[in-house]
Design a protein around this ligand. Sequence first.
Ligand code: ATP
Ligand code: PAF
Ligand code: BAL
Length: 344
Amino acid sequence: MSSDSGLPPSSIPILTSVASYRKWRQKAFEEKKSVGFVATMGALHDGHASLVRHSLVDNDLTVVSIFVNPAQFAPHEDLTTYPRTLPHDLEVLAALSLPTGNDLRTPSAVFLPSVHDMYPSGISQNVADQKGTFVEVKGFSHQMEGQTRPTFFRGVSTVVTKLFNIIQPTRTYFGQKDIQQALLLRRMTRDLLLSHPTPENLNIVPIARDPITSLALSSRNAYLTQSERDIAAPKMYAAMQKVKSHWESGRNKADSINEACAYLEKIAKDLAAQDFTIDVKLDYIEMNDPESFEVVPDVTTRTIWEAEAKGRPVILSAAMWVGKTRLIDNIILGDKILLGILDA
Ligand SMILES: Nc1ncnc2c1ncn2[C@@H]1O[C@H](COP(=O)(O)OP(=O)(O)OP(=O)(O)O)[C@@H](O)[C@H]1O
Ligand SMILES: CC(C)(CO)[C@@H](O)C(=O)[O-]
Ligand code: BAL
């Protein structure tokens, strides 16, 4: 069954217009049902499933949006090739269920808007050509991922504001894999005084990893060849684990990171020598303050950080090119609970 024609078969109602969603939401308001929301760009995997499962546990109803947002892709990025797998996505969602009392809770609706509905004034990927209304979280969008992708968070903040405005979620769920995105959106929710969701109801769900290689699940993993996925890509997490163990043994930040960079350089050389088709290039590996996103000073050790940071953990994050695919990952050094990251 599907709510609109021209869509793949789906046991979950698909709402493609803002008006049809609003009607659905009004009924939930009237019935005093809580609505959990998971925003995605589709190509669903077990990381997305974990977000949806959390929502099913916490809420009467769960809505998943699938929208590949042009505004968060720079003109040179992969908007046109981004994986679009709607029939598969609907099957993944239909297979998710949670027994509650006599009931089986499943995702309640999929919101599938058009680019035109989301951007009534039109949308250019080139910020200089954009017209209309945009949301920027100033001072928090240029560090970490924002350094390599300077217009990324403007695109994300804008589309998520629109989605929140439409969906009116009681609670939302974002992945720790995109940790800066989740923390920035929580700040945006606070700054814009949103009630649906409140900042407290923006939940962060731990990173789902491949059980064998520990590679963080990601829609873009679909771009990787088998050897890129199984051999090269997991080295980024291995490098971060090295930073973690140096940091925890008392080395300062610069030394800890340098060891990991040297490890990755050696891996890149070895891979190139063994197989010319695997090309690995580190974009960054860095430690940042989870509140300001500023870089942890080179000479800081864990003991110095803990004395100064009043319990705040450190975000250790990395981005790496594996062939033509850019992957990101992170580890929280310290207490994840203080960032409001849920248990898995
Ligand atoms: N491995 C994961 N574990 C937990 N959450 C995840 C994981 N991967 C993605 N998410 C979360 O799912 C939500 C939707 O993400 P999105 O649809 O962009 O998938 P993605 O795998 O992050 O894609 P991409 O490969 O483009 O980064 C985001 O909140 C994201 O952080
Ligand atoms: C939050 C989001 C769905 C906004 O397009 C996207 O950035 C993502 O999938 O992480
Ligand atoms: N999950 C992040 C989406 C992006 O890289 O555009």
